[in-house]
Design a binder for this molecule. Structure first.
Ligand SMILES: [Zn+2]
Length: 315
């Protein structure tokens, strides 16, 4: 069974399993939607596989089969059914960890570990300090810094890397999502599969993007259209500003000679054309205006005024 991407982490674990140099606690970190839980489960399956180390997880041995069926007695996942992971869930983990396995190891995954209450984290501490030698605990979190410092200092942090466009395509294919003709959305997702899936299924996104492109690249009338579009739809403002920022970011990249790195790669011709009429300080000025307007809106600037400023000052 193949896991797409994250080779550094996976190959690292293969070596550690063979050489018996695994630590007892790891935290997998990275942005929301990058696949931390999937990787933690994959590593757990790999560690528990009784086949040869080269092919682990083999998917054929008894351990792999029971893992796939969700009934491997040497594996336990802790997750929050509400927004919190409570101390009683950690106590259940500790009770289970105390029972020696008949063979090999026991693996635990605490999903969204930042949801542990401070009590729950403190409760886990002693186990993190002196875990039984057969146990491996994985924590996953997008917010590593929000774990208490004593927990943070007792785990090895492993950061997941953004996926390449090719890897994203493979992942989407595996999940049955057709990304053909949507390569620009893959760039937009910054290598995070969950983001790519959200963008592909977000029907507003393409419309918002179309409006922003018209506003930047088309004639004067588009200012009025864009103003009206934003006026009636406060909920799309943030996403439209995100999109506008990427367009200016792309123009800036062209001006700096980095035209191959565009996010809005499907609009390359228009971006190249537009870049001819501006210099980088004009564009930097526009980008800083966007963040000023965002900040002023947070400080309760009148929404229509913000919309007017966008359409008058950012064309
Ligand atoms: Zn196996």
């Amino acid at each position: 069974m193949k896991f797409i991407g994250q080779r550094t982490i996976i190959e690292g674990f293969k070596d550690k399993i063979v050489n018996n140099t695994m630590s007892h606690a790891y935290t997998l970190t990275g942005p929301v939607g990058i696949g931390k839980k999937s990787l933690a489960h994959y590593l757990a399956k790999m560690i528990l596989c009784t086949g040869s180390a080269d092919s682990a997880p083999c998917g054929k041995c008894r351990s792999c089969k029971s893992f796939e069926a969700g009934s491997n007695p040497q594996f336990m996942a802790v997750r929050s059914s509400t927004q919190k992971i409570l101390i009683k869930q950690i106590r259940e983990l500790i009770d289970d960890i105390g029972v020696r396995p008949s063979h090999s190891r026991k693996v635990y995954v605490i999903e969204d570990a930042d949801r542990m209450t401070v009590d729950a984290q403190n409760c886990l501490l002693k186990t993190l300090e002196e875990p039984p030698e057969y146990a491996v605990i994985f924590l996953t979190t997008a917010y590593f810094e929000s774990l208490i410092v004593t927990v943070r200092s007792r785990v090895v942090q492993l950061k997941l890397q953004p996926y390449s466009t090719e890897e994203l395509k493979e992942i989407l294919e595996m999940t049955g999502i057709d990304a053909r003709g949507k390569e620009h959305l893959l760039k937009w997702s910054m290598g995070v599969p969950g983001r790519a899936i959200d963008l592909i299924s977000d029907s507003n996104f393409e419309k918002n993007r179309e409006m922003v492109m018209k506003f930047v690249f088309e004639d004067e009338l588009s200012m009025l259209d864009f103003n009206q579009y934003l006026s009636g739809k406060k909920e799309v403002f943030t996403q439209c500003m995100d999109i506008l920022e990427t367009v200016y970011r792309d123009i800036l990249f062209v001006l700096y000679g980095l035209g191959e790195e565009l996010i809005n790669c499907d609009k390359k011709d228009k971006i190249l054309e537009y870049a001819k009429s501006f210099n980088s300080s004009d564009i930097l000025d526009k980008i800083s205006k966007i963040s000023d307007i965002r900040a002023n809106l947070k400080r309760n600037m009148n929404y229509q005024l913000a919309v007017d400023m966008v359409t008058l000052e950012l064309k």
